[in-house]
Design a protein. Structure first.
Length: 321
């Protein structure tokens, strides 16, 4: 009787959906791709291109949804709390690793609550100055800043990646610049071009047209080595700023606990998609490098960046309103 009761109890348990039991059949229905930025932002645009590629490869819809608000955290929290079945994914950027440094009260853990799928691409930031500033290199800028402490203004979008990059550069180069906060990066660019401020760290895509037109001067890239896309620009580290290595990245993640077989399947398809000639060409035009890395590569990157940005914020005594 006990054996019969056990069999009956097991038989009454709800069955998991077929697609959850068999990852090889994934995806068996449309997949949501959450983007925690506004429509038209760089992360959103690349996510839509990749979602279309994945849809073609899997013959299923990958539907992009923008969930903005609360300083990126709305979209992240939604994915962290979603079912770990592979049908809710997230296209993220560097913000995932730096926001915790500015928001210690987050409702999710950037390391524990997500399953890394693939580091899709990376791109450097550019160290930029107004052409009227008498410097031609990072060494020149450092020397001028040391001779005139606080005299050079550097614009930052308040609470952004470039805000943290600027704070790290100032500390690492052991100089004093005056950080001027703005609401958005576009305003910082406009004010620098107009000569109201003298320097900034800028996104490659946004800054390159102004550099080519002679309205901004690019001194260096922020990655540890020169960019394959912009080989003529030295790395900041070449000017003696040891260990300085920052990039903006695009990566895909899923809720923690998503089956490894599904994660590996998505990782492989994303790698193939991002290295396809049309996407690789598009990334290069925007100053980016296709990566298509393993889940471990993105996981390790986030694990390194989260404490690093916390240290930058703590050492700089940053406060974001």
């Amino acid at each position: 009787m006990r054996r019969f009761g056990l069999i009956a109890a097991v038989a009454m348990l709800p069955l998991a959906p077929a697609h959850a039991q068999n990852p090889s059949a994934y995806p068996a229905k449309p997949v949501r791709v959450i983007v925690p930025t506004a429509t038209g932002a760089a992360t959103d645009l690349l996510a839509r291109i990749l979602a279309q590629k994945l849809g073609e490869r899997f013959r299923r819809s990958f539907v992009v949804e923008n969930h903005t608000g609360a300083g990126y955290t709305l979209g992240y929290d939604l994915v962290a709390k979603a079912a770990p079945d592979g049908y809710t994914l997230m296209a993220s950027s560097t913000a995932l690793s730096f926001v915790p440094a500015l928001r210690p009260d987050l409702p999710y853990d950037p390391v524990k609550d997500f399953e890394s799928i693939s580091l899709v691409s990376k791109a450097p930031f550019l160290l930029l100055v107004h052409p009227g500033l008498p410097v031609k290199s990072t060494r020149d800028l450092i020397a001028l800043a040391r001779s005139r402490p606080d005299a050079i203004a550097m614009g930052v979008a308040n609470g952004s990646t470039t805000h943290l990059v600027s704070a790290w550069f100032i500390a690492a180069a052991q100089i004093r610049l005056t950080l001027v906060p703005y609401k958005g990066s576009g305003q910082v660019m406009v004010e620098t071009i107009a000569g109201q401020i003298q320097s900034l760290f800028g996104n490659v895509l946004a800054a390159l047209p102004y550099v080519k037109a002679g309205r901004l001067r690019a001194l260096a890239v922020t990655t540890a080595e020169r960019s394959a896309v912009l080989p003529e620009l030295p790395a900041i580290a070449e000017a003696g700023v040891a260990g300085f290595d920052v990039s903006t990245w695009h990566g895909w993640l899923a809720p923690a606990g998503t089956p490894p077989a599904i994660v590996r399947k998505l990782s492989g398809e994303l790698a193939a998609a991002v290295k396809s000639p049309d996407i690789a060409k598009k990334l290069a035009e925007d100053g980016g490098e296709p990566i298509g890395g393993s889940p471990e590569r993105l996981r390790d990157l986030i694990a390194v960046e989260v404490p690093r940005w916390r240290k930058v914020v703590r050492d700089a005594g940053m406060r974001v309103e």
